[in-house]
Design a protein around this ligand. Sequence first.
Ligand code: PEP
Ligand code: MG
Length: 755
Amino acid sequence: MRSNLAGPRLLLRRLREVMAEPILAQERLDKIVVLIASNVVAEVCSVYILRADGVLELYATEGLNREAVHNASLRVGQGLVGLIAAEARPLNLPNASAHPGFTYLPETGEEAYNSFLGVPILRAGRTLGVLVVQNQSHRTYLEDEVEALQTTAMVIAEMVAAGELEAISQKATGLDLSRPITSTGTGLSEGVGLGHVVLHEPRVVITNLIAEDTDRENLRLDGAINRLRLSIDDLLASGEIAATGEHREVLEAYRMFAYDRGWIRKIEEAIRNGLTAEAAVEKVQSDTRARMLRQTDPYLRERLHDLDDLAHRLIRELMGREHGPSHDELPQDAIIVGRNMGAAELLDYGRDRIRGLVLEEGGPTSHVTIVARALGIPMVGLVHDIVGLADGGDAIIVDGDTGEVHLRPATDLENAYAEKVRFRARRQAQYRRLRNKPSVTRDGVEFSLQMNAGLLVDLPHLAESGAAGVGLFRTELQFMVASSFPRMREQQAQYTQVLDAADGKPVTFRSLDIGGDKVLPYLRSIQEENPAMGWRALRLGLDRPGLLRTQIRALLHAAAGRELKLMFPMVSEVREFLQAKELVDKELKHLRRHGHGTPDTIRLGVMIEVPSLLFQLEELMSYVDFVSVGSNDLFQFFCAVDRGNTRVADRFDTLSVGFLRALKSIADAANKAHVPVTLCGELAGRPLEAMALIGLGYRDLSMSPASLGPVKAMLRTLDAGRLSARLLPRLEPGHGDSNIRDVLKRFATDMDVAL
Ligand code: PEP
Ligand code: MG
């Protein structure tokens, strides 16, 4: 059948006139449905808008009973209209009642109509309603009619987004766009943040949807596509990114889409139908996003994400917008919401105005997470579709402890969280008061509580937390957040700053622990079956001594005239330590030969994080100046549980008798040989676990700065002698306890220990 369409461009031109009229929203919508019906020559045209309670309410109709407006409604998923909303795709049916999803609404009088065409009203991939036309005859609507209806739906979407339709709903229910949403992701950095959404890559709001001159819009599109292609080609050719790896893959995918005729043809078609170039890109993008939300295959979803990003860039090209909001434009309580971001981008925002971070991606070891933790920014990752759901300026709560994100929260919830924030602040204030109090137990045993660090942004915590020093400085973090290999001078500058900031307090540097899950984007990574047990840390350092020697040289320079404490990660055999020590000696000789200053004292140590060392403790103690237990890795290898895999990691308890015996054997061997021993894994920062370590004989613990307060509060209320007396017999064979968590908890309750 021939199309009765008088031309989508004519329709759009009329729509523009209606949009410009100074009339009320209901009247405007009534005019729009009349206009569409006459343009498509349909007997019926209806608009359904999605309310916050998941109901699609009939908002306007031409052809159905007028009394049904604001009275007839369907749930999402119910009937054909509900199906379109649920699946966010058009339905084009010559005989609607034959469709299994058909539901008849008697109040509308729609029984007389056979053919049915409905399209979702989409904005940024989100369904806001459904637009329908119907005819008595059995007809299949043509491709360009579907296109025209989709284009009109975009205009209605803008009316919804502008808030025009909120007030005229029959029920006093808000629209779906303003619905409170709670999503659960993964808590990546603890703490709670209340504030307002700042989109990391804000959607550009397109106000000019309808073109005045189609030829001009085509020219604008051509120009923008050319600029976009050039910028991607430039990036790929610039050599700034590694020849292989994730970055390159993404850019290659961008390039593929930027040259994809199918994609560009769709945009051109939308311009032909009367949209401006940017509105045309957005229309195609909205379609892509809707497909993306339905897509379950992770690879295809990823590619649709790439296409979405590219459309975004193209809109920016067309509208001449720069990237992201500037620092001064940020609200005082910004919560950054994005798909993903690099560590450097987070640092660019500046700490002072950021209350939280929410990402669709991000993992516990991703660089941006490391930086968020270092800055103390509550963060939740792996939050499904949050970018599509959130709008700039929406109220939002981030709970980094539970992994929950509450978008547009109800007032009660907001009040409850505000109370939680105040409670945390009070507790923090209590901990701060302990800052300058000595770390001594009730029975007079003295402790050294140090902090872990890895970035310059960590250093102010040294004074704020009252830590006795830096017990673990993870040098690889500087390498992980950089975009290219830090040179010797850059490394030296960082180490100098660290030592200066420590102002005489001891700092224990750890040589590079890269490899495994700690990947550098610019370093070609090799695929390994078991990266945690692969070519990482000191193994890599000894096989590629150039890297390790450069680092050692930078450290020796930085510590000239002061003390240098350096330890090596992932040592499995004493021999490896001796080889590393030899490299230090060589560098030292080299510096002396060239008349450079050298450290006053050099103390070299080993991290005990591979179980094989447990059976070489005596020899080890005879060579080292100190040891530090890396309990994160030691536990992973001791129990054969991947530390990043929650499916297995939660099965085993770090307070199991077997592991505690292992930790005790280290403390015993070190104390016997008078070798200083520290424990710097996450265990040290949890009050109950730290209590167990004290019972085992550890006197020096290093932890994240935020843990210092709670651990010190525990320690100052503890009787270490009585604890050991209660704990140690339980570790003897024949006691029947496999886990002493309960024993410790009971002790804490009995003895009033502040946990
Ligand atoms: C450890 O393994 O316990 C440790 C402190 O090092 P990292 O967490 O950096 O591997
Ligand atoms: Mg480790």
